[in-house]
Ligand binder design. Structure first.
Ligand code: PHE
Length: 394
């Protein structure tokens, strides 16, 4: 349908008003259709749910930009199965409960072909059972907790999982940092933090190390001095912090204020420029984290992506979430092409057969558990800048 511009604007305003009343804020990139089920016939509708605002906004924004770039590139190249992709995006404001509501709406109101999201494992876990029940494929770009894809055979991810990530950091602590006794400071209310703690502990003990003590916090906490004081008294030679950048940044800063000089290290949850703003450059010396890719890699696929991303987003360098957000859309488009159909069950079968697909974050094969096996990179912070240190193969 091609309405004259004023009418289209009116319809868009109307749609926005309806959405406001419904308590959500849909935006859309790519396609540019009228949205909803009506667009289903001439467009392939894809729904992305993301933390565009709120506590983990850095994650959602970054992942969303990557996804948006992928969809734009796909549409410019003629779309998929001769149709343009229509990319619906909704913000869960980093809060619990919102993702379920959004994904239900995507499925019943917008008739999406597939769902993309989320970064945080806890929020992917909220949406996954809904997609599974409706037979709509869901691809998480970057949730690493194993439970996400265990929800069912319609749930996929394009990143590695935490049993691997936990072992990567355990080996790094034992072999590279030569730590013998470490403390773990984790978030009680996060599926991600909980899982990564478990896998790190297993890996570090297997490498001959000792977990001297474990301390907990709740996401949103601002003061970690009590836990850090206990950790300091235990005389450890490293602290593992498997949380997200907000709390990790404060923990690093407060540890240094307490005179703790040993290395602090974490997983992909640390990945955000905000980490440096929160902790400060100096406190972050002697800290390390694992993640999914480095924009410094010489690989031509990485460099083409970095160049396209910078051109689209005012010179911004894409981080791991941006790369995985991009990859999730590309993997989905490839599956729809191979399926030759947008039917949920057929797309699911094609997704499950994804093999050696060239992603920015490496060649992607989805295994029997619908997970990807990929290398991790370890990053350090030097003078307030993220620096690539090493790559660890699975
Ligand atoms: N892996 C994290 C989770 O499962 C999310 C994350 C992905 C954070 C990539 C940073 C980078 O919750």
């Amino acid at each position: 349908m091609n309405f004259p511009t004023p009418r289209r604007e009116f319809l868009a305003a109307l749609a926005a008003a309806v959405a406001l009343v419904a308590g959500c804020k849909p935006t859309e990139s790519g396609g540019g259709g009228t949205g909803g089920a009506a667009a289903g016939s001439d467009k392939i509708v894809i729904g992305e749910f993301a933390s565009l605002t709120g506590k983990e906004a850095a994650f959602g924004q970054s992942s969303h930009k990557g996804t948006e770039l992928a969809i734009e590139e796909l549409n410019k190249a003629g779309g998929v199965l001769g149709k343009q992709l229509q990319h619906l995006v909704e913000d869960n404001r980093s809060t619990a409960g919102e993702s379920a509501t959004i994904v239900k709406k995507f499925i019943s109101r917008d008739k999406v072909v597939a769902v993309l999201g989320e970064v945080a494992s806890g929020r992917s876990l909220e949406a996954a059972p809904i997609c599974q029940q409706a037979g709509i494929p869901m691809i998480s770009p970057s949730s690493t907790n194993p439970k996400v894809t265990e929800v069912g055979d319609f749930v996929f991810r394009v990143c590695f999982i935490d049993p691997f990530q936990g072992k990567v950091m355990a080996d790094f602590a034992a072999k590279t940092l030569k730590a013998k006794k470490v403390a773990v400071l984790s978030d009680v209310a996060s599926a991600y933090s909980d899982g990564l703690t478990k896998f790190f502990k297993e890996g570090f003990t297997a490498a001959g190390g000792q977990i001297a003590l474990e301390q907990k916090y709740a996401g949103g906490d601002k003061d970690f001095k009590a836990q850090l004081t206990a950790i300091k008294a235990a005389g450890v030679d490293g602290i593992f912090v498997p949380g997200y950048y907000n709390e990790a940044g404060l923990i690093v800063a407060q540890a240094r204020q307490l005179g703790i000089t040993v290395p602090l290290f974490g997983g992909d949850g640390w990945e955000a420029p905000e980490l440096i703003q929160i902790a400060g450059a100096q406190a972050l010396e002697n800290t390390f984290y694992s993640t999914h890719y480095s924009p410094e890699a010489a690989d031509s696929k990485v460099q083409a992506f970095v160049a396209a991303f910078k051109a689209k987003f005012n010179g911004e360098v894409p981080d791991a979430m941006a790369a995985l957000g991009y990859d999730s859309a590309m993997v989905l488009a490839d599956a729809i092409k191979r399926a030759g159909s947008t039917e949920g069950a057929k797309v699911r079968t094609a997704l499950a057969a994804t093999k050696d697909f060239p992603c920015v974050t490496g060649k992607t094969t989805l295994d029997a558990k619908r997970d990807a096996s990929k290398s991790a990179v370890i990053i350090t912070v030097k003078e307030g800048k993220f620096k690539y240190l090493q790559t660890v193969e699975p």
